[in-house]
Design a protein around this ligand. Structure first.
Ligand SMILES: [Zn+2]
Ligand SMILES: [Zn+2]
Length: 291
């Protein structure tokens, strides 16, 4: 059994629509794929529909199952931190209100970053960024794509430096994010489980400016009810994985895996990191409502 527990679609900053993500997951031979868009579950309906079409599910000798999830924007000690959440009720009022606040602030922040970029001579407009994002939850990758289209940077990835929109960069603006201890509680109250995403990846491709979540901070989150640690992630080295695996063992956290596929933005890599049946069952066993 292979489960990729961290994948994005165009419902947030991935480049492929949810149905296409499901098609690629099936093609990669996955048994389970978690759709974990940033701060939204808007892609789940389309993903479910694609699977229900039975073109993907049940074909051949295995079927693909969707694990509904989300990647929650949090902030700890002034730094950005991502929490993967699974199997929660998105309609739980307190959680839904926080998600709506996060998404609203993402728009205000993106508009402010476009203004700041204009001041730095980058000729992009909010309308261009909004057109690229479409109905998706707007994020820095959409701004990066507008910057690349305007010729300000060679590629969207090149926008994620201190010169531009990386954390602490000249055009970077912070935004509302949840305290992770509160987020863990909110997701648990909504019947779900949480996993700390890429704790040693330096905030995805260096976006975090080299900052990583410390062992002490992870222990604090474990005490607050965190269920797992994303050990296997493309941006974490063998040494980092070994350290995280030992920490997961010490703190009785489930060691999980995720490709963090964003379509062509990260290079299509769905299924590049997967967990087997044992870790998957261990994670599901942490669901508060589990028997
Ligand atoms: Zn992330
Ligand atoms: Zn992600």
């Amino acid at each position: 059994m292979r489960a990729d527990l961290h994948v994005h679609s165009s419902a947030s900053d991935g480049t492929d629509p949810p149905a296409e993500v499901m098609r690629r997951a099936a093609q990669a031979g996955l048994d389970v794929v978690a759709l974990t868009d940033h701060d939204t579950v808007a892609g789940h309906a389309e993903a479910r529909q694609a699977l229900a079409g039975s073109v993907l599910a049940g074909s051949g000798d295995h079927s693909l199952a969707l694990l509904p999830g989300m990647e929650l924007s949090c902030r700890l000690d002034g730094r950005s931190l991502h929490l993967l959440a699974y199997l929660f009720d998105p309609g739980q009022p307190e959680l839904a209100a926080e998600l709506s606040r996060i998404r609203g602030d993402r728009v205000l922040r993106a508009r402010a970053m476009v203004d700041r970029l204009a001041g730095l001579g980058v000729d992009i407009s909010w309308e261009q960024v909004a057109a690229i994002a479409g109905p998706a939850v707007v994020g820095r990758p959409h701004i990066a794509r507008a910057m690349a289209a305007s010729g300000a940077v060679a590629s969207p990835r090149a926008a994620f430096t201190r010169d531009w929109i990386a954390d602490g960069g000249r055009a970077y603006i912070g935004r509302y994010a949840l305290d992770p201890v509160r987020a863990i509680g909110l997701v648990r109250a909504a019947g779900g489980v949480t996993v700390l995403a890429h704790p040693r990846a330096g905030g995805e491709g260096g976006r975090g400016g080299g900052w990583v979540v410390s062992d002490e901070q992870i222990a604090g989150l474990a005490a607050a009810g965190l269920a797992g640690l994303e050990v296997f992630h493309p941006d974490q080295s063998g040494t980092e994985r070994a350290g995280l695996l030992a920490l997961a063992h010490d703190l009785a956290l489930v060691a999980t895996a995720g490709s963090d596929d964003h379509g062509s933005l990260t290079g299509h890599r769905i299924g590049a990191e997967t967990v087997g049946a044992e870790a998957y069952r261990a994670l599901l066993a942490r669901v508060p409502s589990a028997p």
